[in-house]
Design a protein around this ligand. Structure first.
Ligand SMILES: [Fe+2]
Length: 402
């Protein structure tokens, strides 16, 4: 239907468009670091054995999946909080490993983030696909799905003023202080993900980080601040029950994904499996994943809302069978007890200087030195080897970020 000549140069990030649904991109095809299709190791491009055979909007298998999702998709009775319901937000977050909060963004912030997502996606989609393919698939991911973080050669978007403007919001900062138990948490990075219409495959269930199950003193302090009654054993260490509670209540990383559109049964709502932030077991493979988990999605969350996620919680992307892109830019935060040595300096000094005083405090460890442009910041490419080359070349702000 579409050819490279009629790819849209501008599009909406939340309304119907001609983006996506590329019949020439095979279902379950991923590419390696050089862009070669169907590599031996697939990493995040794990195939979905139940996906429709063709990436076509009105294909019979797609219609069948659409009908099924229309009937069943979404967590029944999904809890959705108002931004000032701090106790309820905290209770649900620590219980389930995620929580949906209404209206974290006002209309102006939502417009700004939407514009930022369009700019970044235009960079990605402007790169010509192999053969007849409309787009380049991101290395080691399923087709039509892009990470705004890993597509950036610096792995973050903190150099982008729009993303930087979202690290300290009147709605989110009090919630984060409640969840972390203090104001000493830090920003780790910013990015997010999006899927194009026609991303017909389910992404496999996964955790974004592994809890190493270590309890440094700072983690105990955080748990105490959150109300955990830490009892000591005969060696002066927290007893087993206390250790479990400390680890449950103190994730190393919390992300806020901001929703650019309402999540519907059809447009690839994120799926979250409640309570899995505290399990050491691996999530089921795509072959063994039960249907209830595939349907455990956040249908009902709306544009401007946020999904606050403990990064340990099992989650995955789901099919986008609509005509609209589904985008979720994010900001990632880190607990005070996590080693500062893991910080990457991806925020230019001039961006950092424009932050609020709390923003400056949160971003002090991800700030580059004055006059130093973070390597790769502003360069986007879905292919890992090309990103690496761009990062090595880049010493100053690319034209499109100025
Ligand atoms: Fe993930």
């Amino acid at each position: 239907m579409s050819s490279k000549q009629d790819q849209p140069s501008s599009f909406s990030i939340h309304e119907a468009s001609d983006v996506g649904w590329d019949i020439h991109t095979p279902v379950n095809e991923t590419v390696d670091a050089q862009g070669n299709p169907f590599p031996d190791k697939v990493f995040f491009g794990v195939p979905d054995p139940r996906a429709p055979m063709r990436r076509v909007y009105d294909d019979a298998d797609v219609e069948k999946l659409r009908e099924h999702l229309k009937q069943h998709n979404g967590i029944r009775g999904l809890d959705i909080c108002e931004p000032d319901e701090f106790d309820r937000i905290a209770r649900i977050f620590h219980r389930d490993g995620f929580v949906v909060v209404r209206n974290l963004l006002d209309a102006e912030q939502l417009d700004s983030f939407r514009a930022g997502c369009v700019q970044r996606l235009q960079q990605i989609l402007s790169i010509e696909g192999e053969g007849k393919r409309k787009y380049v698939t991101e290395s080691y991911r399923l087709p039509h799905r892009y990470s705004l973080g890993t597509s950036s050669a610096s792995r973050e978007l903190l150099h982008d003023p729009i993303w930087a403007s979202m690290v300290d919001l009147p709605t989110t900062t009090p919630i984060l202080e409640k969840l972390f138990g203090s104001s000493d948490y830090r920003v780790r990075g910013a990015g997010g993900d999006l899927c194009l219409p026609g991303a017909v495959e389910y992404q496999h269930l996964h955790s974004d980080v592994e809890d190493e199950q270590v309890i440094p003193a700072g983690r105990i302090e955080q748990a105490v601040a959150l109300g955990v009654d830490v009892k000591l054993d005969q060696h002066g260490e927290p007893d087993l029950l206390s250790k479990r509670l400390i680890m449950e209540m103190t994730p190393g990383y919390i992300t806020i994904n901001f929703l650019m559109s309402d999540l519907s049964w059809e447009n690839g709502p994120i799926r979250q499996i409640p309570g899995t932030h505290i399990t050491r077991q691996l999530p089921p493979t795509p072959e063994e994943e039960p249907e209830w988990m595939r349907l455990s999605t956040l249908v009902g969350a709306k544009a401007g809302d946020g999904v606050i996620r403990d990064l340990r919680t099992w989650h995955g992307a789901t099919p986008n069978l609509s005509r609209c892109i589904r985008a979720m830019p994010n900001v990632e935060y880190v607990s005070p007890w996590v080693s500062a040595a893991l910080s990457r300096q991806t925020m230019p000094d001039e961006i950092w200087r424009g932050l609020t005083s709390h923003g400056k405090k949160m971003c002090r460890l991800v700030k580059a030195e004055p006059g130093v442009w973070p390597a790769g910041a502003g360069e986007m490419h879905p292919i890992a080897s090309r990103r690496k080359a761009l990062k090595l070349q880049s010493k100053q702000a690319p034209e499109q970020t100025k």
